[in-house]
Design a protein around this ligand. Structure first.
Ligand SMILES: Cc1cc2nc3c(=O)[nH]c(=O)nc-3n(C[C@H](O)[C@H](O)[C@H](O)COP(=O)(O)OP(=O)(O)OC[C@H]3O[C@@H](n4cnc5c(N)ncnc54)[C@H](O)[C@@H]3O)c2cc1C
Ligand SMILES: NC(=O)c1ccc[n+]([C@@H]2O[C@H](COP(=O)([O-])OP(=O)(O)OC[C@H]3O[C@@H](n4cnc5c(N)ncnc54)[C@H](O)[C@@H]3O)[C@@H](O)[C@H]2O)c1
Length: 468
């Protein structure tokens, strides 16, 4: 392609994830000439194959639980509630489809040039885009943003490539509800799918290589999540490291061999052992963009890559792998592209693991706080003590808060229980405002709400008992 065929734009976005699409729309509305290239998922990973479909299905699992437990609330439902697989799939596709359609309209209304195709760098700030029909075009950005995300990792285990295993995308096709399901990996994906499928009636065995579920959490919190899963019927096996996988003939069982040579079998296997950055085939060398040792695009605090006027955001840039982190990357980029000077360091990124009930987390764990030299006080509360939880028969879970004993600042919180993700935002506001915990302890919350439990949680910070 000759130089005169290269189209120049103010902003070129490669990959329409949360950061990229938000920035593309924002800058197009501001009058910039913007092109955004997306390979196949209109709206990005979260909407098509991650957060949104999984949370639609978690919603179904919770509806099933509510129906199952209706009698204890004095409601007679009649026959045993059950999953209708076709309707379940339709529900999920309806939610996803609606959001994809909404994005098409938002993209068009913003005035950006939305290009469905695969981008590959051919030189500095310049890409060749190949559309599904093979047509190509070249675009050069004054500034370029790489937002190509991550994809499920397939661990290097003998036999796994031929065992027709599921990953977090293929399982969402909901081709069947297996009677038995093996889940390899006890991180976020493993915990959420294990909880969901167990509620749907599948006998789930979760194989976690480490000796703790959700290894980033404090052990007491992770153990409590494991108890929740066990209570739902999940066989949680810790320290169960897979060494090989095979599928028996005629699409028979999947068999996982563990490090101790024992075998575990199930009708299907979900591999949930992490995600790999999408950089292959991007031609990053041609653009002067370097990777970190772990294969992510190397960026500084401003999200600048090693190439001038080339930026990266979201999962591929090594940001915490959450949609809201990518969304914040958008704000950082917007500032930096319009004369600002904003960095990603120091931001607090909370998250919620959508088991049922869910685990909501922010800030430091107790382990991290102690390792950083804080003298800590730890507050603990059983969710069953919260009046709202009693009215709902939703007493499962524990809440935990870690406070600096010297400054009374809240360092971190883990809330496992009903609507924990919603309650977490109140704690987050207190942390952002640097309020001492006493202000949360003594705030007047509405009765009876789950949020009111924060009074009770911080009330337990009686100095003698809480000092660890
Ligand atoms: C099962 C699951 C559940 C999750 N649930 C949650 C949740 O509840 N909450 C939460 O906050 N996070 C959740 N996450 C994480 C979240 O999905 C990711 O952190 C988020 O989607 C990352 O967004 P991103 O902006 O990095 O890019 P992505 O949304 O990954 O978008 C990248 C886009 O780039 C495109 N692309 C790649 N290469 C090219 C190319 N060469 N040319 C053109 N386009 C390209 C891809 O098609 C893709 O659409 C979940 C993840 C999984 C796997
Ligand atoms: N609710 C949410 O916000 C949400 C939900 C799902 C995913 N996500 C994001 O997606 C990312 C990926 O999630 P994930 O669960 O795939 O990865 P992860 O890194 O959280 O967990 C993978 C787990 O697999 C285990 N493992 C690895 N190899 C193994 C082996 N051979 N045998 C047994 N166990 C093995 C590891 O010990 C680890 O605990 C997360 O980091 C998270 O940020 C977020």
């Amino acid at each position: 392609m000759s130089e005169k065929d290269v189209q120049d734009v103010d902003l070129l976005v490669i990959g329409g994830g949360k950061a990229g699409k938000s920035l593309a729309m924002d800058r197009a509305k501001a009058g910039w000439k913007v092109a955004m290239v997306e390979r196949d998922k209109i709206g990005g990973t979260c909407i098509n194959v991650a957060c949104i479909p999984t949370k639609a299905l978690v919603g179904s699992a919770r509806t099933l639980l509510t129906a199952r437990h209706a009698a204890r609330m004095g409601i007679e439902i009649g026959s045993e509630p059950a999953v209708d697989l076709e309707a379940l799939r339709a529900h999920k596709e309806d939610v996803v489809g609606g959001m994809v359609e909404a994005h098409k309209k938002l993209f068009a209304d913003s005035g950006m040039d939305f290009v469905l195709g695969t981008a590959r760098f051919t030189g500095e700030r310049t890409v060749e885009i190949t559309a599904a029909d093979g047509a190509t075009r070249a675009v050069r950005g004054r500034d370029v943003v790489i937002n190509t995300g991550t994809t499920p990792a397939l661990p290097d285990l003998p036999g796994i490539a031929d065992a027709q295993v599921w990953d977090s995308e293929t399982i969402l096709r909901l081709e069947r509800l297996p009677e038995t399901l093996l889940v390899l990996g006890g991180g976020y994906v493993g915990a959420e799918f294990a909880s969901m499928f167990a509620v749907f009636g599948t006998r789930v065995t979760l194989l976690q290589g480490r000796d703790q579920l959700l290894p980033r959490e404090d052990r007491d919190v992770a153990d409590e999540v494991a108890r929740v899963l066990t209570g739902q019927g999940v066989d949680v096996r810790l320290g169960a490291r897979a060494s090989a996988v095979r599928r028996e003939e005629g699409h028979g069982d999947v068999v996982v061999t563990l490090d101790d040579d024992s075998e575990v079998r199930g009708q299907e296997l979900l591999v949930a052992t992490g995600r790999t950055p999408v950089t292959a085939g991007l031609g990053l060398e041609a653009a002067g963009v370097r990777l970190t040792d772990r294969g992510f695009v190397a960026v500084d605090g401003h999200l600048r890559t090693t190439a001038d006027h080339v930026w990266a955001a979201g999962d591929v840039a090594g940001s915490p792998q959450f949609t809201h982190a990518s969304w914040h990357d958008f704000r950082v980029l917007r500032d930096n592209l319009t004369g600002g000077d904003t960095v990603t360091s120091g931001r607090i990124v909370p998250y919620t693991v959508f088991t049922t009930p869910e685990l909501a987390r922010i800030g430091l764990t107790e382990t991290e706080a102690r390792a950083q030299g804080h003298d800590v006080k730890v507050a603990r509360l059983r969710v069953a003590a919260i009046p709202r939880a009693k009215t709902l028969h939703e007493g499962t879970g524990i809440w935990k808060a870690v406070v600096d004993a010297g400054t009374d600042q809240i360092l971190g919180v883990a809330l496992l229980g009903h609507h924990a993700g919603e309650v977490l935002s109140a704690v987050q506001m207190a942390m952002l405002g640097r309020l001492p915990y006493q202000q949360v302890r003594d705030a007047v919350f509405t009765h009876p709400t789950m949020g009111e439990g924060l009074n009770l949680l911080f009330d337990t910070l009686d100095d003698d008992k809480a000092r660890g």
